[in-house]
Ligand binder design. Structure first.
Ligand SMILES: CC(C)(COP(=O)(O)OP(=O)(O)OC[C@H]1O[C@@H](n2cnc3c(N)ncnc32)[C@H](O)[C@@H]1OP(=O)(O)O)[C@@H](O)C(=O)NCCC(=O)NCCS
Length: 196
């Protein structure tokens, strides 16, 4: 049985709850400094999109679906990290990928790196994947620093239409082989033994 609750040194990753939705709306969907770096959401934010996100986040099957973890610090929602099932990055349709956001106030403390390490241990363990992918705007240097610290390396570029910015944006595609991740951050089978 796959766990959906992971404790790290400072954080808890867990399934979203209905009570998170107000904070999600305030911290993420309505915050232009978050939304501007994402491809899919509208700007200005639309409540109808929140309902779709909520329906998916509350019901996602951890065994097979893209699984969105809520990130909690001291009992409060501060961000989210999604383990995306293969297909999200069309240039590498066979690869699972990762996506994330952190509230503006929680940035600058290494929380995202800590959450992503835990989420990737879970992701490698659940699918026995040998490679994870990520896609990041070419000018999103904060996110690229997180990805580099995780061990991701660039493998190519692509262009995506950004819905919030209403323009094409150059993106970098990055890869993280399991071996490199485990060399830097420990063995996923050991770290997530309970998830097997
Ligand atoms: C991308 C994003 C999550 C990065 O947030 P972040 O706070 O910079 O990332 P982390 O939580 O890993 O923190 C890293 C920073 O904390 C610092 N830090 C402080 N204490 C630390 C600690 N104990 N451990 C590690 N880093 C620490 C690091 O030096 C680093 O700062 P630097 O990048 O200036 O060197 C955030 O900018 C965000 O949500 N952006 C909008 C959404 C987005 O871009 N999503 C990704 C789309 S691809």
């Amino acid at each position: 049985m796959l766990t959906t609750s992971i404790d790290t040194q400072r954080l808890r990753l867990r399934r979203y709850k209905p009570e998170d939705l107000d904070a999600y709306w305030k911290l993420a969907a309505s915050n232009y400094d978050i939304v501007r770096w994402l491809t899919g959401p509208s700007w200005p934010p639309q409540k109808t999109e929140l309902e779709l996100v909520a329906e998916f986040a509350l019901n996602a099957d951890p065994a097979t679906d893209t699984f969105p973890f809520a990130i909690e610090h001291n009992g409060a929602l501060i961000g989210g990290v999604d383990i995306q099932k293969p297909g999200d990055i069309k240039e590498f349709p066979e690869l699972p990928s990762i996506g994330y956001w952190l509230s503006t106030q929680a940035q600058g403390h290494g929380f995202m790196l800590e959450a992503c390490v835990a989420a990737l241990h879970w992701g490698y363990a659940r699918s026995n994947a040998e490679l994870f992918a990520a896609r990041v705007f070419a000018n999103n240097f904060s996110s690229q620093r997180v990805l580099k610290r995780l061990g991701f390396e660039p493998v190519g570029v692509c262009v995506r239409f950004s819905k919030p910015l209403q323009q094409d944006i150059e993106n970098i595609i990055m890869h993280l082989p399991r071996e490199r991740f485990e060399g830097l951050h420990g063995d996923a089978h050991v770290m997530m033994g309970a998830a097997q």
